[in-house]
Ligand binder design. Sequence first.
Ligand code: DGY
Length: 432
Amino acid sequence: MALQELEKPYSDADLDQRAIAILRENEWGDYTLPTRGLYPYQWNWDSMFVALGFSEFDLNRAWTEVETLFEGQWNNGMAAHIVFRKDDPNYFPGPMVWGSGQNPPTSGCSQPPVAATVVRDLYEKDPENGRDRLKALFPKLMAWHRWFHTKRVISGGAAIAVTHPWESGRDNSPDWDAALENVDPSGVTPYTRRDTGHVDASMRPTNEEYDRYLKLVEYGRDTGWDHAQITREGPFAVADPGVTFILMRADRDLKALAKAIGAEDSAHEIDTWLYHAEESADFLWSEALGAYAARDLRTGAHAVGVSSVAFLSYYAGIAVPRRDAKLQATLRRILDSSTYSIPSFDPEHPRFDSKRYWRGPVWAIINYIVARGLAEYGFEREATRIRMDTRSVIRESGFYEYFDPIVGTGAGGNQFAWTAAIWLAWASPMTD
Ligand code: DGY
């Protein structure tokens, strides 16, 4: 029975069952769609969280999800943010617009690299049976991380740049506003959006943002997807605490995997990446905000407000005592400013919008990784609060793509795979 037909709040047993059904219904052979209609292809970080969800009831299928993502890996190491495989007129921009020249066709940028962390989780569930699959995936993960550390840093810098808001996974976050304003949208090839045919326009990026998103795609395509040039000279390059901290965590997990399979040389190479970890955290720290914040690499300016990814420093393994009291105070203020944590952008800031995608709504995946880091550093109270809020909002509204942090209503796509996956892996009482 569809969740909508049941009485609210939904029971945990119904949610457990429905979450498994959503993963199965969104399967498209060996990979999984985030949701039907709105996102009809394989998305990078969606797929990895989905693998974590599958690992709760079908570990073999979880490994397959990771393996199919890497079918879209480029020779230069990049694991693309979308693997298209076919053209679906219900999504824009499709493979022709990206013009990646890859087979299978892909987009031309990447997405937050959660894969190595997920692979470590899968491997540790059953090391004996996972060993061969890990060995096959390991060089691919190394190549992807190496791509970030060489193609997405600007000489000497250690924080990781995103060169398109889509690469951050947080498309319309206020973190990109200032840098996007400097992208000239004139002359963009005329196009028709498809996303607003699936979801209310008030929950999606604006047309002005889309013009610039498309302009950035056209710029990248015109360079022949020269990723170093795009980072160095392109119209948009912003150091992102989200990707930087997620990669830092993934580097540590990849090092543990290197040791597990005796890949000592790789472990040493990863050490050279991690050597810059504190320096990149320093670069992102904003004393004025009392938080880590995105930084425009063309102007040096910090973002104007606090995003939920600011609190991923613990997940990344970064603790700086002289800063953490301030970061914790900021976290408490943000948690107290909404009914359901964690709002993706500060509710007390004028740019907050409770329904518009990454400008305010709660995302279960971000809650999971932030809380995981907090728990690892002993901030149990905050971690539990975030987990319980995630549980409550899903009980109230079901498996939406994101949720209004003030009233808890679901927004964006429904029957959403990564929300179902996070329920199964972390938020459901079944995981207590
Ligand atoms: C979209 O199409 O909205 C996606 O977020 C791009 O990755």
